[in-house]
Write a protein that binds this ligand. Sequence first.
Ligand code: PEP
Ligand code: MN
Length: 378
Amino acid sequence: MLVKMSRDATPEEVTAVEEKLHALNYKTGKMVGEEITLIGVYGDISQLPVVEIQEMGGVDTLIPISRAYKRVAQKGTAGNLIHRAVRLGNLKVGGEKLTIIAGPCSVEGEVQIMEAARIVKEAGADALRGGVVKYRSSPYSGWEGIGSTSEEALRNGLKYIVKAGREFGLPTVVEILDAADLPLYEDIGIDCLQVGEVNSKNQALLNRLRDTPLPVIHKRGNSLDIEAYLLWVERVMSAGKENVILCERGIISPNRYTRNTLDLGGIAAFHYQLSCLPVAVDASHGTGIRDLVHPMTLAGIMAGASAVLVETHPNPLIAKSDGFQGLFPEQFAGLVKACEKVWELRKRIEAHYIPTVKLDRKYEARAEADKKRFYGSA
Ligand code: PEP
Ligand code: MN
């Protein structure tokens, strides 16, 4: 944070601001210009009494210089990225291995989710997903998830997926819609909570998730700018929670052909520039077209994702939700194989990526000479 003093601030006013900051245990550094004095404030500025400082004599404005999402933010430097791995059951998302989380859009019954779990396991994927309560755009769709009608129904739906996951040694990922349901999800043994697109900025739900020990996959809202999204994720982490996973699942754009527009640039920005958290790519919701899920999932891995979220169903033709984007079992098995290959490739070629800050400064040093060589004048 920089405190910019006004042009007519007196030396006494500058000293008073410095003393106030020191009393609050901040270190400061002063830059005295011809007309303006700037005071740099170092330390955890989330605790800074901004209004109080702003109102002190001689203060013009406070200029934030670090990102508002401190916990989500990249911890290293552009030349030396530091990423965090998140435990999901027995898995480590963002570790050495790619994590593939797959399953149907909805848990539809005991037999269906058990069969889905078998498909997921046999293909070589790592975790089982399935929604128990579903958001639907139409109130007449007739299906809001197996757990939507009562607490008993919710409990049973959650039990089905946990049972299927345990049968095949797959940790489970289930979307939570209502903060009040958290104890039920925890008690029944769900391994990871998903915050869906519609709840990406649901303040009450995100606040409640601050104190669950379970990892959270927080999907990006389809109209949230990258920085706004990260600030919502910061909310979940703001009291010290660390096990959060980002998820790009497509945003709104002029495209009508695909259900959403998968923001691959966003994935690269999260991974290579903005965040220490692992990123998941969800090309199922990101494209909404079964035959585009495979190539776009692979593109997401190349862009920087270390986890994949994908919908597959024992028979997508009769799925109760999102069947049009669900992979048939053979397609899913093919995708898992391709994902592993792309992951290996990314790891293998990582050393060829040279962020600009790591480049030799020779280009700056020779800029004047090059201007003369190329354009004839400096
Ligand atoms: C889902 O994962 O099934 C889902 C509803 O996704 P989203 O919230 O991204 O639309
Ligand atoms: Mn879905």
